[in-house]
Design a protein around this ligand. Structure first.
Ligand code: NDP
Ligand code: OXD
Length: 310
């Protein structure tokens, strides 16, 4: 088996070593622009440049070393239609998302921002506690990662809601589906968590009109993609007081430009796209196991449905 590996993080040697550990008979070829690679069985990529597209037409499957495939599907028809695209299915990201979102929810709900400000001013003053019943948490996207986050938040006994494309039935979660369910979902949500894939249907989903539907004093957590959120609309609604603040891990332009107004807004917490990192060993183990199955003619989970966009 020959595997074409593309990365731009300078860690290719470690990825190659991990693949060699699990697939000792495989030859791993590192893709370099301008160098023709021998024909390969599988490609393993993350945000590949357009220059790699001709090579991707010759493999039996393309493995994406992330959960989101927007950076591949943006190539549209230039991405070979006959080659299955396989995304990461948790691979250690679920627990990281559960940690990140639980932290952001609890930090806001338990008023840590207020206590940090008081602490800096040397003020010892208990503040009125919020009531959980006034803080329904709504998760947009109840897939692999969204479900894991809902399970984690259930431990803290928040009222939970979720929104997905197809109707779900999850104990303890008020489930909403489709465009027809979105307004009702938003109108009952105080803490909004975005965990959707970026597709033509979800692009700019969180605009002024929809963010205004959230309960007054809402809080927004975006760990999906920057293009889900209309950034100026969020700022307007924070400044008007309808939204209390936000924790954002993803942005339209990454790294977030220095002159971006989010940096100046104390009610916005910014992290640099770290809510759930791709873990190399877990990812290689998952991909290697799927390569073995595909080689044996078996089916694998995580094949992207291109017409749905995720
Ligand atoms: P999944 O494909 O497992 O889940 C996607 C969920 O979104 C599903 O519940 C799906 O509904 C729902 N959905 C998709 N389109 C729509 C729509 N138009 N309307 C309503 N619901 C919709 O993805 P994952 O949970 O694995 O990952 C989610 C996203 O998280 C990734 O695409 C990526 O962008 C982001 N991510 C960010 C990371 C970071 O570090 N910031 C790390 C990892 C992922 P249904 O169940 O009905 O299909
Ligand atoms: C992913 C990401 O989609 O890291 O996996 O953003």
């Amino acid at each position: 088996m020959r595997i074409l590996l593309q990365r731009s993080d300078g860690k290719e040697a470690a990825w190659i070593a991990d693949f060699k550990d699990l697939l000792p008979d495989a030859e791993i070829v590192f893709w370099r622009e301008g160098e023709a690679a021998a024909p390969c069985d599988y490609a393993v990529v993350w945000q590949p440049p357009a220059a790699m597209l001709p090579e991707l037409g010759c493999v039996k499957a393309i493995f994406n070393t992330g959960a989101g495939v927007d950076a591949l599907l943006k190539f549209g028809d230039a991405l070979p239609a006959h080659v299955p695209l396989v995304r990461l299915d948790d691979a250690g990201m679920g627990v990281q998302m559960a940690e990140y979102v639980s932290h952001a929810v609890l930090r806001h709900f338990r008023r840590f921002d207020d206590y940090e400000a008081q602490g800096r001013a040397g003020i010892w003053q208990p503040l009125p506690a919020f009531d959980k019943m006034d803080f329904p948490v709504g998760v947009l996207g109840m897939g692999v990662l969204g479900t894991r986050v809902l399970q984690a938040l259930a431990q803290f006994e928040f009222p939970l809601r979720g929104w997905s494309r197809s109707q779900k039935h999850i104990d303890g979660v008020a489930c909403f589906a489709g465009e027809e369910g979105l307004d009702a979902f938003l109108r009952g949500t105080r803490l909004l968590v975005c965990m959707l894939p970026l597709t033509p249907d979800t692009h700019n989903l969180l605009d002024r009109a929809r963010l205004s539907m959230l309960l007054p004093g809402a809080y927004v957590i975006n760990v999906a993609r920057g293009a889900h959120l209309a950034e100026p609309d969020l700022l307007t609604l924070i400044r008007s007081g309808h939204i209390a603040g936000a924790t954002l891990d993803v942005f339209r332009n990454e790294p977030l430009p220095q002159q971006h107004p989010f940096w100046q807004e104390p009610r916005i917490t910014i992290t640099p796209h770290i809510s759930a990192a791709t873990l190399r060993r877990e990812s290689v183990a998952q991909i290697a196991a799927k390569m073995r199955r595909l080689h044996a003619g078996e089916v694998v989970a995580g094949i992207v449905n291109r017409s749905q966009g995720y």
